[in-house]
Design a protein around this ligand. Structure first.
Ligand SMILES: Nc1ncnc2c1ncn2[C@@H]1O[C@H](COP(=O)(O)OP(=O)(O)OP(=O)(O)O)[C@@H](O)[C@H]1O
Length: 572
């Protein structure tokens, strides 16, 4: 198959996209070819039934060489086209599933951090694990469904050719059967949607279970309440929804299938008394209708899975993640080298507010005016909840300012170059993540440097760095893990460093090393360094110190002198 740019499977505004469209987006040609194979399978099946009918109606006199060869040829055609359709669609389904997973990961990375924080970790996990699995299962249903549809179309065509009058009766019957199947299916789809929403809650509970292990083990009352009030009720609700779906589906399918025997009864016992029907038509119809049962029953069994896949696909859409297509280029080929060090970064009237449902007065940071300069240690201090981490996210471009702007050497950072702007920073946030490998750090050439830093951070006896950049372990104490995160930041060698309460977990001896040796070294190397800190003992290290209170800078002190600032009022 020709290599080409992967099609955008889930773009913005794809609300209501269904699984078949997903396959079509991936490759129209393959789907078209598979549909042709499916129809061919149906035609071959109808041909086989016609032959069987002819032989049975002839009372065995039609068994000649041509009939046998024709039968064998039709059998081979049915087998070949069925395998062809199945293989084409299965390969397409597999590649679509993987492409969907890749694009979803890229879309998550392309979506603004604030939006992801609002969605919550549990919803992202539910989508990455559960929705993708439901979509995969749904896509798996499409190849057999198309083949069954081909067989149904083929048989129906054969029946229409054999007798229009009987076909009209069958058609009315089939319409009733389909309607009596589709009406409950609408209810089943509603149950599936409800089940999907409940699943988000289930994932939230599972996250509490895995992340709250210590708290749950240490407090029996909390554990009991958690199990009885949260985890078990959600699991019970999911179970009940699933039971209702399968009960309703079983009843509906059984009813629809029983209609076939009702039709055969009418055909054999009532129709001959009402209208003239030949024996060969009766045999042909009975055979074909019995043959149709298998693909119809199989299709009905597959439809709820297809429905669950569609619900999952729509659910992915409701997350409103940014389209991967536009972002995938910078995501995959993104700047590995930091942009040239700027001579200043200015925050001018920058603000950010956290809006939560039902909250009248959201926390608002800013407007903030602040300048970062190379070779300067800027301390950001203030009480809990004063907005230091929020400011750090704005400074580093993780949040876009709601008003005001950030300028690099006087040039405003636009939406288009925010990704590049972020490459100026090496950070250790207080909720940092430690990868078990020095990812993206061109390790080979930096391994010696990394080992030297490891000694400086007094980790050489705990951790080894392999040639491929893999860390021998990350199972360390909280303070040691932070040192490893610092090592990564060192290796990044970016123009601006930001540490959010880095020293909080360090012992007094290493605090001393951090504030009195490591920070001055970064300063000497011409780095702009932002340090969020509660360690008032070391505030003297700062070249400049800004103090935050309730989201506003209330004072700014520099080695040269201090200044009290009256907080600016956020424009309404
Ligand atoms: N993801 C969020 N959603 C909603 N509100 C938030 C979020 N993160 C922080 N806040 C609110 O914003 C305010 C500032 O939080 P921030 O984390 O910036 O403070 P901080 O100065 O870093 O605090 P600390 O010293 O405790 O780390 C707090 O009132 C907090 O409740």
């Amino acid at each position: 198959m020709r290599a080409r740019k992967p099609a955008l499977l889930l773009a913005e505004g794809t609300h209501g996209v269904n699984l078949l469209i997903l396959l079509l987006r991936r490759s129209r040609g393959t789907v078209a070819l598979a549909v042709c194979f499916g129809l061919l399978t149906g035609a071959a099946s109808a041909g086989l039934i016609a032959r069987i009918n002819a032989v049975l109606s002839s009372g065995g006199t039609l068994v000649d060489r041509a009939t046998v060869l024709g039968f064998a040829a039709l059998g081979a055609l049915m087998l070949g086209s069925r395998i062809g359709a199945q293989l084409l669609l299965t390969r397409l389904q597999t590649s679509t599933t993987f492409a969907l997973r890749d694009q979803l990961s890229q879309r998550i990375l392309a979506t603004p951090l604030r939006q992801l924080e609002e969605l919550g970790n549990h919803r992202l996990m539910a989508t990455l694990i559960d929705d993708i699995q439901a979509v995969t299962q749904g896509l798996l249903c499409i190849p057999p469904l198309l083949i069954h549809s081909g067989i149904i179309v083929g048989c129906m065509t054969y029946l229409a050719v054999m007798s229009r009058m009987v076909f009209a009766a069958l058609f009315i019957f089939a319409t009733l059967g389909v309607a009596s199947y589709l009406l409950p299916m609408r209810h089943i789809m509603g149950l599936l949607r409800h089940s999907r929403q409940t699943n988000d809650r289930f994932f939230r509970d599972l996250r509490s279970l895995t992340q709250g292990l210590k708290e749950l083990k240490l407090h029996g009352g909390r554990r009991k309440a958690f199990l009885k009030q949260e985890l078990f009720p959600t699991a019970e609700m999911l179970k009940q929804l699933q039971v209702r779906v399968s009960t309703l589906h079983t009843l509906t399918t059984s009813w629809s299938m029983s209609l076939f025997f009702f039709f055969i009864g009418l055909l054999l016992f009532v129709l001959p008394g009402v209208a003239p029907v030949s024996a060969s038509t009766l045999v042909g119809y009975t055979l074909a209708v019995l043959y149709l049962q298998q693909p119809l029953e199989a299709s009905m069994t597959l439809l709820p899975m297809l429905g669950a896949g569609t619900v999952a696909l729509r659910h992915i859409d409701t997350l409103a993640l940014d389209p991967a297509g536009t972002a995938s280029e910078p995501l995959l080929s993104g700047a590995e080298e930091a942009p040239a060090p700027p001579s200043r970064i200015d925050l001018v009237g920058v603000t950010h507010a956290y809006r939560r449902e039902g909250e009248d007065t959201p926390f608002t940071l800013g407007p903030i005016d602040l300048t970062l300069r190379p070779g300067e240690l800027l301390f950001v201090v203030g009480g809990n909840g004063s907005g230091k981490t929020t400011l750090a996210k704005l400074i580093t471009g993780l949040y876009a300012p709601e008003s005001g702007e950030i300028r690099v050497d006087g040039r405003p950072v636009t939406e288009g170059d925010r990704e590049r702007y972020r490459q100026l920073f090496a950070t250790v946030f207080s909720d940092f993540h430690l990868f078990d490998s020095l990812l993206g750090l061109a390790v080979g050439e930096k391994t010696d440097k990394a080992r030297a830093y490891l000694e400086r951070l007094q980790l050489q006896r705990k951790v080894r760095i392999e040639e491929n950049g893999k860390l021998s372990t990350t199972d360390l104490s909280a303070g040691q893990r932070k040192r490893l995160a610092l090592l990564t930041a060192y290796l990044e060698d970016r123009p601006v460093y930001l540490f959010d309460e880095w020293a909080a977990d360090q012992d007094p001896q290493f605090k001393e090393v951090f504030y009195r040796e490591l920070l001055p070294d970064l300063k000497a190397a011409g780095k702009a360094v932002v340090i969020i800190s509660h360690d008032s003992r070391y505030f003297d290290v700062a070249d400049r110190l800004v103090r935050l209170e309730s989201g506003a800078i209330v004072s700014e002190e520099s080695a040269a002198g201090s200044q009290q600032l009256s907080p600016r009022v956020v424009p309404a």
